[in-house]
Ligand binder design. Structure first.
Ligand SMILES: Cc1cc2nc3c(=O)[nH]c(=O)nc-3n(C[C@H](O)[C@H](O)[C@H](O)COP(=O)(O)OP(=O)(O)OC[C@H]3O[C@@H](n4cnc5c(N)ncnc54)[C@H](O)[C@@H]3O)c2cc1C
Length: 402
């Protein structure tokens, strides 16, 4: 750790100096700042975040889902840690002046598949159970018994994880941010606009307000903007912004409380108050920073899918549609977490969660903090999610439903 405290004499004199500069102050960047200061309270940490209102940040557009149903060991381990952390968020993260509410709802997740995918889902569940996850397989008859409003004739099997659920992403983001500030982090309301580096290390970043921030380590946590931020340092990240809609809708007749239901077509929705919140992810949507809402999307794409699964949604009414960006890792849909070891070794990335960044922020933030402070992972080994696989063009994808 001592090498991060020592100030480098090659840094510009007029710069603000920090040990670690986190670029991007959404849920992932704020969790990273918090865990850096937990690992080493003496660290000087800043978070560069141009948009204190988070108008476009993915963090505040998330639907809050947290689940253990993955097939990658790292994703499962991150989920187990993060869900436990989120459940106990208020105890851990409240400050002396402000309670940290995340409104955790243990509503469960339900993955449903047609008969031809039953064997794969059964394998996934066996793997998840062997890694300590609570997941029950439900036959078609059991699905009907448990969720009478559901059309099950075309289904093979379901996997229900009762300890999963959802939380309020606003509370999660601000809880992390306030606690990080409480522990000493500086949030700087500006955009990283340029970077200065020598052949082996990043030295400083220039902000769009003209200031320079010099640091011993830099963490790229800019979500859907992480590729252009990497580019400032000369690093290529295959992470693209992909628009995704979320809808709040109500059925024509009673459906009852539902877990977070997901199927192979990437239909995903859950109970929210008196209605339901969710959408159908179009993985082939055009890449780009587009937030425009297509108000026909619900009627043309989502409504037929929900009405097929729950006939009470034949008369569904969509009350609100909003859009946000997934930060999609085009290589394999999993995040890039780690140092750029073959380039600027003090430039770290924690981005590319491809739609799972809210739920994995606590574990990923802790992991990257361990790597920055200790040079190695101390809890969950996230090495396989490192940038090396991008350089080697060696995808490490999930086998489960995305
Ligand atoms: C509709 C929708 C539903 C979702 N549902 C879920 C869900 O149920 N569960 C789940 O886990 N995930 C979900 N996600 C995904 C989740 O929201 C993201 O994975 C997560 O928010 C990523 O967090 P982040 O902090 O990396 O990104 P962001 O919150 O986008 O933060 C990145 C920050 O970087 C800043 N930035 C950009 N450029 C620069 C720059 N040059 N310099 C400095 N800062 C910069 C931005 O201002 C931004 O605030 C959903 C996403 C959407 C859109």
């Amino acid at each position: 750790m001592a090498n991060f405290i020592a100030r480098d004499i090659t840094m510009p004199n007029t710069a603000k100096h920090y040990d670690v500069a986190v670029i991007g102050g959404g849920i992932v960047g704020s969790a990273t700042a918090y865990f850096l200061l937990k690992e080493d309270p003496q660290l000087r940490v800043c978070v560069i975040e141009p948009d204190p209102a988070y108008e476009f940040a993915s963090s505040l557009r998330s639907s809050g889902g947290c689940r253990v149903q993955f097939t990658g060991e790292e994703n499962i381990a991150m989920s187990l840690f993060s869900i436990d952390f989120i459940e106990h968020f208020q105890e851990t993260m409240s400050t002396e002046t402000q309670a940290a509410h995340v409104d955790w709802v243990q509503g469960g997740y339900l993955f449903i598949v047609p008969p031809e995918h039953a064997a794969q889902l059964e394998r996934n569940v066996a793997f998840q159970r062997s890694h300590g996850c609570a997941v029950d397989l439900l036959s078609r008859a059991e699905l009907k018994e448990r969720f009478p409003a559901m059309h099950v004739d075309d289904l093979g099997v379901g996997a229900h994880s009762p300890l999963d659920g959802w939380c309020d992403p606003y509370g999660l983001l601000w809880g992390f941010r306030r606690k990080a500030v409480d522990l000493g982090a500086d949030y700087i309301a500006a955009r990283a606009a340029a970077a200065e580096a020598d052949t082996v290390k990043a030295r400083s970043i220039v902000l769009d307000n003209g200031e320079t921030v010099a640091a011993q380590a830099f963490v790229n946590a800019a979500g859907a903007w992480s590729a252009p931020v990497a580019e400032l340092f000369g690093m290529k990240l295959p992470i693209s912004p992909v628009r995704r809609y979320e809808h709040y809708f109500t059925p024509g007749s009673h459906v009852g409380p539902l877990p977070y239901v997901k199927d192979m077509s990437r239909l995903a929705f859950r109970s929210e108050g008196n209605g339901y919140s969710g959408g159908l992810v179009d993985g082939h949507a055009a890449r780009g920073y587009c937030f425009e809402v297509d108000h026909d999307y619900f009627e043309n794409i989502v409504w037929p899918a929900v009405a097929h699964r729950f006939p009470a949604f034949e008369a569904a009414k969509c009350h609100r549609t909003w859009s946000g960006l997934y930060e999609v890792n085009e290589l394999d849909g999993n995040p890039v977490i780690g140092a750029w070891s073959s380039g600027l070794s003090n430039l770290y990335t924690v981005a590319g969660f491809s739609g799972h960044g809210m739920m994995h922020a606590p574990a990923a933030g802790r992991g990257i903090a361990e790597l920055v402070v200790h040079g190695s992972y101390r809890t969950i080994d996230l090495s396989r999610l490192g940038y090396r696989r991008v350089e080697d063009n060696a995808p490490y994808p999930e086998q489960g439903i995305l």
